[in-house]
Design a protein around this ligand. Structure first.
Ligand code: SF4
Ligand code: SF4
Length: 498
């Protein structure tokens, strides 16, 4: 057992209100400079929809992630083979281009102040930041925002290919219109294809916390990583000639603060904590059939309460503070204890370490008379009649495995049903308990899930570990050894000495 610690995150999609505060917070902190205009390390997409860059999920075109051949010894990069890697240094046809993103622009604001007096209000025309000429804006970072009802954009969502013609047609009926938001950052994958593709060895995964970073000194701007990342979360800075990506705000993490997008999240959808995993199991875990991938990834995670795991973690140099953070991790609860959080497109086989609690709203929206109106026997049949077919969610979150997504949706439905029943008693008690049994949960677990979903404190949502390289500083961060520095701990019981 080779125990490693990983800072991992969960986004609860039912809580996202699509306000884009996270994207703006990130842009203000990291990408508000020339060459980075079109970079959205954090972006929020509307599903069903095409996302950003447009149709990034189309791996036939963009060829990101890993390819699995049953019987082969290892996974192959989709973007480049050993033979053509050299050739593709100079020309890679699967790179996204400006049309897949958008042409960055500003406005000619001075016209608002300097225009001659006239009968009309002056306007600020859009100007391309690349050519300096006026442009007709045709795309943007969230161009199909909130437009999932319009076939014009939503129909181009690749996940709809998994639906039958009838399901597709129903999806666009006015009475059934539905959508949800999908915030995306780099997944800080455990098996990152970007790292494997970089010819300069500039991308690396930090040993102590798993954060994937690009060394800007070593990057030569080959952009192999842009092609290899199936989530298209690496961007090329045309001013500096280097590639850039989300750094999970590691300087903030190292001073005990959550990333900027987490800190600013209005819907409080984001959770951050430590996962312990067995690095020895990672290579084999992604070499299984699509349908087995979610369970296979789960099998790499280790129970932080297991004494054998704790002993192996200590032997591997993982600090006591890290182990304690893993034991309190909200992320562990969502992924492993409750089995509610799933990776996005795990069939790309990069083993993403960002997980999503799928949205229940588009599924439960099909209620009767404002109540669920079901008996225990028929309660879960609403899953089959949901406005957003469960098969669509399976395409996003379980590599097409309906059973995995159904189990998650059932538990989410049971939590909502039970919590509602506690107040309004709209079902016989026996029926409610039958629903809990079918969803494989208990009143105690429902109470825990509900509390962590609806009313968690900031200290419950973000259980930050003291980062290993800062151990020296962290060791001063206790009531006994406090030196009164300006750092702070998220532990509410500890106030640094003034
Ligand atoms: S999501 Fe992040 S870590 Fe994963 S392949 Fe893309 S850039 Fe690399
Ligand atoms: S800030 Fe939070 S609620 Fe708002 S769009 Fe981003 S993830 Fe969603």
């Amino acid at each position: 057992m080779d125990v490693r610690a990983h800072v991992s995150v969960v986004f609860h999609l039912d809580k996202c209100i699509g306000c884009h505060t996270c994207s703006v917070a990130c842009k203000n902190v990291w990408t508000d400079r020339p060459g980075a205009e079109y970079m959205w390390w954090n972006n929020v997409e509307t599903k069903h929809g095409t996302g950003y860059p447009t149709r990034w999920e189309d791996q036939e075109k963009f060829r990101g992630g890993w390819q699995f051949q049953p019987g082969a010894k290892a996974l192959d990069l989709r973007s480049q083979g050993r033979a053509d890697a050299l050739f593709k240094l100079f020309y890679n046809p699967s790179q996204p281009n400006l049309d897949d993103y958008y042409e960055p622009w500003t406005y000619k604001y001075e016209d608002l102040f300097n225009a001659k007096a006239g009968d009309d209000q002056p306007t600020a025309v859009p100007i391309s930041l690349i050519t300096g000429e006026p442009i007709d804006i045709k795309a943007g970072p969230n161009w199909d925002d909130d437009l999932s009802g319009t076939p014009l954009y939503a129909e181009n969502d690749l996940n709809l290919d998994k639906l039958t013609a009838e399901e597709r047609a129903q999806l666009f009926e006015v009475e059934r219109l539905t959508m949800f938001y999908l915030p995306r950052i780099c997944n800080h994958c455990a098996n990152p294809s970007c790292v494997a593709a970089c010819p300069s060895g500039a991308i690396y995964k930090r040993g102590e916390d798993g954060i994937v970073l690009i060394n800007q000194e070593k990057c030569r701007g080959w952009r192999a990583c842009v092609a290899a990342c199936p989530y298209k979360k690496i961007y090329y800075n045309w001013k500096t000639g280097k590639s850039e990506k989300c750094i999970l705000c590691f300087p903030r993490l190292e001073t005990g603060q959550p990333p900027a997008c987490f800190h600013s999240c209005v819907g409080r959808i984001r959770y951050l904590g430590v996962m312990l995993y067995d690095a020895e199991r990672v290579p084999a875990a992604m070499q299984v059939a699509d349908r087995a991938l979610v369970e296979s990834q789960r099998s790499t995670f280790l129970d932080p309460h297991d004494p054998l795991v704790v002993a192996a973690a200590r032997k591997n140099g993982i600090s006591e503070e890290f182990i304690a953070a893993a034991q309190k991790s909200p992320v562990w609860k969502y992924i492993m204890q409750w089995k509610l959080a799933l990776p996005l497109h795990i069939e790309y086989r990069t083993m993403p370490m960002l997980f999503y609690v799928p949205p229940l709203l588009p599924v439960m929206g099909h209620s009767v008379n404002g109540t669920y109106g079901h008996t225990a026997g028929s309660f879960f049949t609403s899953l089959e009649r949901s406005r957003l077919p469960v098969r669509y969610l399976a395409s996003l979150f379980s590599a097409g495995n309906d059973q995995v997504i159904n189990a998650v949706m059932k538990k989410l439905m049971a939590v909502r049903c039970y919590q509602r029943w506690l107040t309004v008693h709209d079902l016989p008690e026996d029926d409610v308990h039958a629903i809990l049994r079918e969803a494989q949960t208990t009143p105690e677990e429902v109470a825990e899930i509900s509390a962590m979903t609806a009313i968690p404190t900031v200290y419950e949502r973000y259980v930050l570990p003291p980062l290993q390289r800062e151990e020296a500083i962290q060791s001063t961060c206790s009531p006994e050894a406090c030196k009164g520095c300006t750092g702070f701990s998220l532990d509410p019981s500890f106030t640094p000495r003034a």
